[in-house]
Design a binder for this molecule. Structure first.
Ligand code: HEM
Length: 190
């Protein structure tokens, strides 16, 4: 599943890393936050509650079904009681280009190795990959390698772009964590 639809988003905010040549710091990346809460007055006289708005949300480029599958003996694990653990959760391929080694056990050093280790329920997909022309296989590997994670300046919650005109930027004047956009309401007496 490339893009996973969420019916009711339970988060209070969506933090996104965007390419922004003007505000971006390292890699010209910059984090933005969009509030996804609604304020509810519970009648206590205290500041209103900020509860998740529970709206639909589309998680783009997650590439998983979040289901358990049996990929055959190449992935099986022996449990302490001697039984065999056959089913494993499909790992999101989000960021897979930056996260070797592969498999829950880290036994595959390359993307090609972990794809060829697929068996069981994924035998047909594995065989289709193995039988594909070299050009198509390398296109697929290039695509997976394009699913990379980027290092932001501080954290993904860095909402302050900093001051690029500072001397020695980004050692000085770089961004900082600033979540007031989400949580500061001047009307609150917090
Ligand atoms: C062309 C098709 C496929 C590709 C390119 C692919 C690719 C991958 C990659 C790169 C990983 C390793 C992720 C990591 O370690 O971070 C992985 C793991 C996994 N894949 Fe696939 N996959 C394919 C088809 C399938 C199918 C058809 C199924 C299930 C029916 C499946 C189930 C899983 C599961 C359960 C894991 C986790 C294994 C573990 O944690 O050890 N995959 N896949």
């Amino acid at each position: 599943v490339a893009d996973l639809p969420i019916d009711r988003d339970r988060r209070v905010a969506d933090v996104e890393t965007v390419f922004n040549a003007e505000k971006g710091v390292i890699n010209r990346l910059f984090a933005t936050a969009a509030p996804r809460f609604q304020t509810v007055d519970d009648g206590t006289g205290l500041p209103p509650l900020k509860v998740p708005a529970l709206q639909p949300f589309l998680v783009k480029n997650i590439f998983t079904d979040f289901k358990r599958h049996d990929l055959g003996p190449g992935f099986h694990e022996r449990n302490y009681d001697g039984t065999i653990q056959k089913q494993l959760l499909t790992t999101p391929l989000w960021g897979v280009g930056s996260t070797p080694p592969y498999g829950h056990d880290g036994r595959s050093m390359t993307l090609e190795d972990v794809i060829l280790r697929h068996g069981g329920e994924a035998q047909a997909a594995r065989d289709a990959f193995a039988a594909a022309p070299a050009r198509e296989r390398s296109d697929l590997i290039s695509f997976l390698n394009s699913l990379v994670l980027f290092p932001p300046d501080d954290t993904a919650s860095n909402l302050d772009p900093g001051d690029r005109s500072m001397v020695n930027f980004p050692q000085y004047g770089h961004g900082s964590i600033k979540l007031s956009v989400l949580f500061n309401d001047p009307a609150d007496i917090e």
